[in-house]
Ligand binder design. Sequence first.
Ligand SMILES: Cc1cc2nc3c(=O)[nH]c(=O)nc-3n(C[C@H](O)[C@H](O)[C@H](O)COP(=O)(O)OP(=O)(O)OC[C@H]3O[C@@H](n4cnc5c(N)ncnc54)[C@H](O)[C@@H]3O)c2cc1C
Length: 379
Amino acid sequence: MNFAYTETQQLIRKTARKFAEEKLAPSSIERDEKQEFPHEAVKELGTLGFMGMMVPEKWGGSGLDTTSYVLAVEEISRVDASCGVIMSVNNSLVCYGINEYGTDDQKKRYLCDLAAGKKLGAFALSEPEAGSDASNQRTVAVRDGDCYVLNGTKNWTTNGSTADIVLVMAATDKSKGAKGISTFIVEKGTPGFSVAKKETKLGIRSSDTVSLSFVDCRIPVANRIGEEGEGFKFAMTTLDGGRIGIAAQALGIAQACLDASISYSKERKAFDQPIATFQAIRFKLADMSTNIEAARMLTLNVCMLKDAGQPFGQEAAMAKLFASKVSVQSALEAIQIHGGYGYVREYLVERYLRDAKITEIYEGTSEIQRIVIARSLLK
Ligand SMILES: Cc1cc2nc3c(=O)[nH]c(=O)nc-3n(C[C@H](O)[C@H](O)[C@H](O)COP(=O)(O)OP(=O)(O)OC[C@H]3O[C@@H](n4cnc5c(N)ncnc54)[C@H](O)[C@@H]3O)c2cc1C
C-alpha cells in the first residue's frame, strides 16, 4: 500500500481546507443554531468541482479518484460536517448512481448539471417502516403506459427540500420483495411530489433532512434507472460507495476534535501549568491521534480498492464502522479535555459530538455495518 498523496490530491486537500476555513467557518455556528442550509457555499463547492468529483469530465464532473474525494470531504467536514454530508450525498449516492447505472440520455439530462454543481441531488430509500430493513418498501410505482404512478412517503431525505432531483426507490412488484424494487429519477416540481416535514435535529443541523410525499406522481419510464427489479441492488451497491464518504466525514469531525484539543490543552492552565503537561491529557491526545490515523488508513485502503476496480463493500463497511466510532470517541474526549468549556456553545467541541453521532446511524447503522462485514467473512 502506498499512502503518499499525489500532487493533485495534495492540491485538492489544500483547496478544500482553504475554502472550509475561509468560507464555511465564519458562518458555521450561526447556521447550526438556525438550522440554515448553506446555499451559497454549496454553489461555490460546485464551482470548485467538488460536487461531482469522481464523475468523468465528459459528464460535467472533475474526473478525480476516490482518494481526492475523501480528502475533500474530510477537510470540509473538519470545519462543517453539515456541508460534508450535502457534498457526500450528491457525489457518492446521486452522481455515482446515475454515472454507474444511468443511460446516456439520463446522464445528459441530469448528471451533467448535478456533477457541475448547477443542480443538487437527494437519495430517498428510507421510509417510516423501512430503515435498516430497507427492502420493506411501502412506496409503490405502478406502470401506466409510458409512465409509472408513484405513491408513498420517504423519511429522512438529506438535501430533500433543496434538491432539484431525487433518486427514489419504490416497489414495482411487492410479491418479489427486494427483487421487486426499482429506482426512479424524480424532478422537483413534478405534480404530486411535495416536501412533507422538515426534521429538527441534534447535529448536522444546517443540512436539510425532510420527509417527502408522493401522491399519484407520474414518472416517465425513461426516468427509471436500470431494469425493473434492480432498485435494491442499485441502492445497496451505491451505499457501499456512500459509506466511504461518511467515513471521510467522520474522520474530518475527529480531526477537528484533535486539533481543538491540542490547542486548548496548550493554552488552558490549571495548577499553574498548561493542562498539556499532565500525562492524563497527553495520553488522551496520543490515543485520539492513533485512532484517527487508523481510521484514515482504513478509509484510504477502501479508496484504493474501489479505484482499482476491486470489490470493496466489506472494507467500506469497516471504514465507516471504525471511523464513526473514532469520531464519537474523539468528540467525547475533546469535551473532557475542554472541561466545563467543552460543554457549552462557546467552544465548538459540543457541536462536534452532536455532528459525530449521526455517522454511526445513517447509510447503515453500526449494527448493519457489522452484519455486512460478518456476512462477507462467512460467505
Ligand atoms: C439526519 C439523517 C439523514 C439521513 N439521510 C438519509 C438519506 O439521505 N436517504 C435515506 O434514504 N435515508 C437517510 N437517513 C435514514 C438512515 O439511513 C436510517 O435512519 C438508518 O438506516 C436507520 O434506520 P431507522 O432509523 O429506521 O432505524 P431502525 O432500522 O429502526 O433501527 C433501530 C435500531 O435497531 C437496530 N437494528 C435494526 N435492524 C437490526 C438487525 N438486523 N440487527 C441488529 N440491529 C438492528 C439498528 O442498528 C438501530 O440501532 C437519514 C437519517 C438521518 C437521521
